[in-house]
Design a protein around this ligand. Sequence first.
Ligand code: HEC
Ligand code: CU
Length: 314
Amino acid sequence: MSDLAGYFPDASIMAGRIDALLLALTLVSVLVVGGIMAVIVWFAFRYRRGSPAARGPAPSRSRTLEVVWITVPLVVFLIIFVWAAMLYLELRSPPADALAINVVAKQWMWKVQHPGGQREINELHVPVGRPIKLVMTSQDVIHSLFVPAFRVKQDVLPGRYTTLWFEPSREGEYPLLCAEFCGTDHSGMTGRVVVMAPQDYDQWLERNPGAGTLAQQGEVVYRRHGCSGCHGESATVHAPGLAGIYGRRASLEDGGTVMVDEGYIRDSILRPASEVVAGYPPIMPSYQGQLDEEEILALVAYIRSLADREEAAP
Ligand code: HEC
Ligand SMILES: [Cu+2]
């Protein structure tokens, strides 16, 4: 289905499929409501006062009728359930090659960090035809990022990362909204997504250089806050090396293992005592209150970039 009467342009590869599900659900609901309304009206007319319709005792049971009214709705709703669940799973699993872009929400704006270090506010530039994964967090209250043209919406929470992915299928500009009431200027917390041809996107990146790539910005934070004093190769403290940890499973002191992703690295920095790496003393200080969300995301990008290199963390 295209564009829902021009009101909601459809600009991602998933949009058409989400619309199809919505349309099917609406049709089924209309059929059910319509059927019940028709029977109500018919009964009201047929059994109106003074009508000669038979009013003897109703048949007490009909096995066929019971079987039909149990199985037909069951099958219809199970089909919708499986259909929706499969679509939902796909929407929840970003492709591995997705371009990761960070979003930090705050009252009342969207701050965007690109891997190349480019930053923007209330605007999100993305290339067409490439899966994009947004790693999002909030600096204050709960917000929700909503791009109707892509049919995606995800809550953005303080204290943790949530993700969302989409693949823009059409160039153009589309509204970006906050869909969770977040205070006085909630209604003004809007922006736009600009979907560009890949070569235009590359030019845009070049025209807006940041202070180095996000990973380089993270390295600066890493040195400034003394992480290298413990995690560096020449450190005398017994601390784990950070190269190559991203994307692997870490063994914890309590015997469990955990996937090293953005959320785990964030927790390691802010609440080091909550997940202590097996074989190391719990001496890492908490950086709660010393780093803002953008710096933490830059640190995550830096540690992630170490995964691609062979040598240990500097
Ligand atoms: C005082 C020494 C010290 C400092 C400073 C320090 N760390 Fe750590 N860090 C440790 C130790 C020891 C561990 C392992 C025990 C644990 O998990 O708490 C660790 C664990 C970690 C882990 C989990 C590693 C894994 O293999 O799963 C990450 C990520 C991390 N630190 C990042 C940082 C960052 C980023 C900074 C700077 C903002 C930093 N650390 C500063 C000592 C330190
Ligand atoms: Cu908001």
